[in-house]
Unconditional design. Structure first.
Length: 194
């Protein structure tokens, strides 16, 4: 009965609305502010299951951009810098900036990017294999295709799990309301019988 009264109280939903409004405002602010974008991207890398998916999708963008820039004849230092910016994640772009200088000084792409924990082992393996065999562009394109497909599958699973969790919460709230109603009704019926 206490849970039933709690769920029917409209003031219970005020904090939920406030939190939702703050999140929406923050996400809009993250589009224009690098600091807010850094917090958003750091939070995305923290969320369980979604973190690996977010990193995978960022690696797909990075790989695709690096393959196109490298294939177009852009200097490798500049190509890595631009690919970092194209990854769609501020943390990856910031991690790439000091590494691009090392690449410009003669360090291999693999050795430079290996120093950062932002890159997946598969990305680093493809870059190493591409540098060794001279087929960097085709291997990065292949990796980007793989990550994009895998990212779509993971996002579908993530949204399914999230939708199911929200549905269960709503069902529990409805069930507690129904249970509260019927237990109150049964209590009144029992008191009348006495």
């Amino acid at each position: 009965m206490l849970l039933d009264n709690f769920l029917l109280n409209p003031w219970v939903y005020v904090p939920l609305l406030i939190v939702t409004a703050v999140v929406v405002i923050f996400l809009k602010a993250a589009r224009g502010s690098e600091r807010a974008a850094r917090i958003r991207d750091g939070f995305a890398f923290w969320i369980p299951h979604y973190a690996s998916t977010a990193q995978m999708l960022a690696m797909a963008k990075f790989s695709r951009a690096l393959a196109l820039l490298f294939g177009s004849g852009v200097q490798i230092r500049d190509a890595v810098l631009l690919a970092g910016d194209a990854a769609g994640n501020v943390l990856i772009a910031e991690a790439v900036r000091p590494l691009a200088k090392k690449i410009g000084d003669g360090t291999s792409i693999f050795d430079a990017l290996r120093e950062s924990d932002m890159f997946t082992p598969e990305t680093l393996d493809m870059i190493r294999a591409g540098e060794t065999t001279g087929s960097l562009q085709s291997l990065l394109d292949h990796l980007a295709n793989h990550y994009e497909e895998e990212g779509k599958v993971r996002m579908d699973k993530f949204t399914t799990v999230l939708t199911t969790a929200i549905l269960i919460i709503v069902l529990l709230a409805v069930a507690s309301t129904i249970f509260g109603f019927w237990s109150g009704y049964a209590g009144q019926f029992t008191s009348l019988m006495e």
